[in-house]
Design a protein around this ligand. Sequence first.
Ligand SMILES: Cc1ncc(COP(=O)(O)O)c(C=O)c1O
Length: 443
Amino acid sequence: MAERAASGAPCDETEALLRVAERCMPGGVLGRHRYPAETDHVPVEGSGARIVDSRGRSFIDYSCGGGSLILGYGHPAVVEAVQTQAARSMQFVSIRNPLAIRLAERFTGMVRWADRVRFALSGAEAVMFALRLARAFTGREKVLKFDGAYHGNCDYGLWNAGPAADGADGPGSSSAAAVPGSAGIPRAIEDLVLVAPYNDLEAAHRIVEAEWRSLAAAIVEPVQRSYAAHPEFLAGLRELCTAHGVALVFDEVVTGFRHALGGAAEVFDVDPDLGAFGKALGGGVPISAVAGRAEVMDHADPRRGGAASGYAYVTTSQAGNPLAAAAALATLGEIARPGVLEAMHASAEALKEGLRDRIRRRGLEARVVGFGPLWDIAFSREAIFDQRSAARADAERLMRFHLGLIRHGVMVRAGGRSYFSTAHRESEIEETLRAAERALDEL
Ligand SMILES: Cc1ncc(COP(=O)(O)O)c(C=O)c1O
């Protein structure tokens, strides 16, 4: 074939690679995402808002490393910080180091409600630590989560985490039946996880009032998937949790350092007791954080003694490793520069307005979704504000739209929402809108 990989290698090297992947990896993939043959791709490098795959095809990329590449690919500040630190040391086995200490200072300076922070590696790990701290703090065991919320791969997060048909309990019921999103999750955990419909304060009230004596935490995504919390929902949850001694946990893995420098708490003006961060924090290098009020976080102080005295085990060998801390300091330094985050938000709104216009002109039964610098289309007539309204949108049509975008040079996560980075500018938006027009016309 005439096509050659970016490295100059013939294309059948891609086929050979994919055959190895099929042989050595479950499902031939690294995680969950598999693309139909025509849109399958093996990315080899990225620059700014663009990636190139092993067949030499170039795409404008909105997968953005699952939202971690908030500055785009190969941002010079992050690359330089990582290269410099890699030569000095990548690890000190969770021993304090200057970069991690400076990062903790910067983090707690930016996130107004965070007195203390402990670093980890993945968003799920930060969520797991937040829930453990909430249990240690309250002496209770149960967790309330919301239908459709994704909190990572941990056993407590994977209940009603994905798109589901209407359950036995309708919206507003006092407890939606919890459905595990994976085999291998102990049944015993089901008794500890309560699920409520998102944006339904009345249902949350009913559950908390019935269960608060055993309820350690309510965990919520302030922006759940493509839709945001109604402001009164978060404010109401805050009041409810305070009144019943339940820890309010914000999952800021998506919103942290993206929707505002201070995360969703700043956007909605509601402060949680604890929060989990990840993704954008490291600018592409794996790092996450659990943060919170001193009173709660200090359960992770090793001077506390054993579990009987309330000590919560919150660490990992690579906690605060200097490589990730260097990347995070560089990333936070860049996004804190005046106008940087605002420009990214403005670009995101320009793309979404452009998409709205294309949909309107075609008279399509669809709406642009995505709060802040996130975007997608829902093929639905109704407003999307919770899992059930999201599940009623036409998922098959959306998949065809996504695959069309990829065919026309715009990489999105097929079936998932798209992210923005500071590297997406006017020219990328124009190109994306041209691809979207073609993909919409082909539906
Ligand atoms: C809201 C939210 N929380 C937690 C996670 C888990 O993060 P990670 O994949 O880094 O474990 C994700 C990942 O997409 C997420 O979107």
